[in-house]
Design a protein around this ligand. Structure first.
Ligand SMILES: [Zn+2]
Length: 644
């Protein structure tokens, strides 16, 4: 029902299939109030390109229109051909404190009027509800979701994660919902957090929920209609949003922008050129609620397009970091992401676009975290005594420091690392993502300088080098040449290939891949390594774009022999392996298991259930996703291993 097409962190561009068409996610569902249509559903589709809308089944059920919706069906009654989600009224019942409709009645009603997706009547928890109360709400919500299966008919059920601000309950509720065969997950109980600007709590709630939710179902963030949080929520893995805000804000004389809200009474200029605004005067927007609502909807929909393009370009993190500077409470939320970096890292692709530093938070992005972690766990330094620690410089470092490095290797038995904003970088990694693709200001803020210092100390504690000198001018070179007399026999190509092989594939990989007569084929123009041949076999290529190795079949065979299962393995079933041997991609539904250390865009070995090498390729998903998804590619196969 749901398929991932592109990704950035937990964020994704996906396709949600319904009986009334395919929805591209992330998507915004405008809330339609059938008894007060400010913009008609027909116009929502025609003027705004809205793909899916949401309305409240409880309000319809209560209204005089109930029978008409039952007779005509919701699509005809609302005059909208696309998919429609309905809400059960859990929030309204919570706010007004009355239970007028049972779970059974409202689920059956949503199915009877022909909604595509419909919510179970969950039990809402407030942020300050006690643990006991939240526990009861969670258990009741899970029970009702299981019950609803019996009454759903063709209705795709929406099951909502509750649990208040008790993160373990959120995760528990999410896990419980994952075990129930429903169509869409929702995260509920967050409206009070947004109204109170508790964005840091919102981040914790979304992450706790995502930890428990299976990754192959779309996630709806209930009640998050202001575009200021769209980027952040998408980055954390939310796919669907609903907006009543476009009307409510307009009725209250408030103009929504992607970076905040402006009152129309104080409007002297119009900071927008959407179709509703382009020829409007401030007076027009003050006088015309419908026009203001149109504007609010245009900018909300546009922000999701901006977010999708950011996913496509690989710079969603930059986008979110910039948006989160729009409000101090959002900045708190952004800083809070650091607490979740280990979880987020599992879903982050190995490669993105250029990394623009936007502030001290940039250093904690999952890609930078992974670079440091893999370096700490997998780095193989050259066998030298000393190390010279150089300050940040233009990329690539080996070019910026080429003269200095030549002198260093002549005079000292030493290596060099750069104390970059993102952490220490041995110079042989200067062409590798994300180091080479990062852009930092010349003048770094103190917080980043301090973080860089801490990360450097952590790295040096591994004890790779017995003598270390911090660059402070020519004297430093002199000092190092006395403490670790040279020259050093550093072969930069060899060091680059060995260090990178272990960094990408794990300890022992360099020995397995590079044992024998090694030949480096280099680009004539850039002098960079292009291909690595060992004993005449092409084992590795290096991608110019990110400086990382791609694995050829000959290299895959070497790694398969040297590294025990489950390392680097994606295990496919018998049905899949013949076509993978022919070079066809691996689909997620055929994956039996996968190395939990693999990340999206890592190079992998595709193997049979008896661990025979079937193909080499590049993962598109992580383990959790490969095991959950029924649709989509799990591994892009580069070379199959034909049966002889
Ligand atoms: Zn506008």
């Amino acid at each position: 029902m749901f398929e991932m097409k592109e990704r950035a962190g937990l964020g994704r561009i996906g396709e949600l299939r319904t009986a009334h068409g395919v929805v591209e996610t992330p998507a915004l569902m405008p809330v339609v109030n059938p008894s007060n249509l400010v913009i008609t559903p027909k116009d929502l589709a025609r003027m705004f390109g809205v793909q899916i809308l949401i309305t409240n089944a409880y309000i319809i059920w209560k209204s005089a229109d109930r029978q008409r919706f039952l007779d005509e069906g919701i699509h005809r009654a609302l005059d909208f051909d696309g998919p429609i989600m309905t809400d059960s009224g859990a929030f309204q019942q919570h706010v007004y404190g009355r239970v007028e409709v049972s779970n059974e009645e409202i689920v059956k009603f949503q199915a009877a009027i022909g909604a595509d997706l419909g919510a179970v009547l969950d039990v809402f928890s407030e942020p300050d509800d006690s643990r006991r109360r939240c526990e009861e709400a969670v258990e009741e919500t899970l029970r009702r979701t299981r019950d609803a299966l019996e009454w759903r008919g063709d209705l795709g059920l929406v099951g909502t994660v509750q649990g208040g601000l008790h993160m373990d309950l959120r995760e528990h509720c999410a896990k419980g919902l994952s075990d129930i065969p429903i169509a869409v997950h929702a995260i509920g109980g967050v409206v009070p957090l947004m109204e109170g600007y508790q964005f840091a709590d919102l981040v914790d709630v979304i992450v706790a929920s995502k930890k428990g939710l299976r990754p192959d179902r779309p996630v709806h963030l209930f009640g998050a209609g202001h575009p200021i949080t769209f980027g952040l929520a998408v980055l954390l893995g939310c796919d669907l949003f609903d907006s009543a805000a476009y009307v409510k804000y307009a009725q209250d004389g408030r103009m929504i922008t992607a970076w905040g809200t402006t009152r129309v009474e104080g409007l002297a200029h119009i900071p927008c050129s959407c179709p509703a605004c382009h020829d409007a005067t401030p007076e027009d927007l003050r006088a015309d609620t419908e026009r203001l609502a149109q504007h609010n909807l245009y900018v909300s929909l546009q922000e999701l397009e901006v977010v999708k393009q950011a996913i496509h370009e690989g710079n969603l993190w930059e986008h979110v970091e910039r948006r989160c500077r729009a409000h101090p409470s959002l900045l708190d939320a952004l800083k809070g992401l650091r607490d979740h970096v280990d979880f987020m890292e599992r879903y982050e692709g190995l490669v993105g676009g250029t990394l623009f530093y936007t502030g001290p938070e940039s250093v904690w992005r999952p890609v930078a975290h992974r670079f440091r972690q893999r370096l700490l766990k997998r780095y193989s330094p050259p066998r030298v005594e000393g190390v010279l620690i150089l300050p940040e410089a233009r990329r690539p470092y080996t070019r910026a420091y080429s003269k200095l490095l030549r002198t260093l290797f002549e005079r000292a038995n030493a290596h060099a690392i750069v104390r970059s904003a993102f952490g220490p970088v041995p110079v042989e990694f200067d062409g590798v993502y994300p180091v080479a693709q990062s852009v930092v200001p010349d003048d770094l803020d103190l917080e980043t300088v301090e973080a860089s210092e801490v990360l450097l100390r952590q790295f040096l504690r591994r004890g790779y080098f017995s003598q270390g000198v911090m660059w402070e001018g020519e004297d430093s070179l002199e000092e190092l040449s006395i403490r670790a007399p040279g020259p050093s026999a550093t072969d930069m190509d060899k060091q680059r290939a060995e260090a990178l092989a272990n960094y990408q594939f794990g300890p022992g990989a360099a020995d397995a891949l590079l044992e024998g007569e090694v030949e480096y084929v280099k680009s004539k123009k850039t002098q960079k390594i292009r291909n690595v041949l060992v004993d005449g076999d092409h084992v590795l290529s290096m991608r110019a774009r990110d400086g990382l190795f791609t694995l050829k079949l000959a290299g895959g065979k070497r790694l398969h022999k040297a590294l025990p299962a489950p390392k680097l393995r994606v295990v496919v079933n018998e049905e899949s392996s013949p076509s993978n041997r022919e070079g066809k991609n691996v689909f997620a539904k055929f994956v039996v298991d996968c190395d939990g250390e693999l990340r999206p865009l890592d190079e992998v070995l595709v193997v049979s259930e008896t661990d025979e090498l079937v193909a080499v390729g590049r993962a598109v998903m992580n383990r959790e996703e490969m095991l959950a998804f029924e649709r989509g590619v799990a591994v892009k196969v580069r070379e199959g291993s034909p049966l002889l």
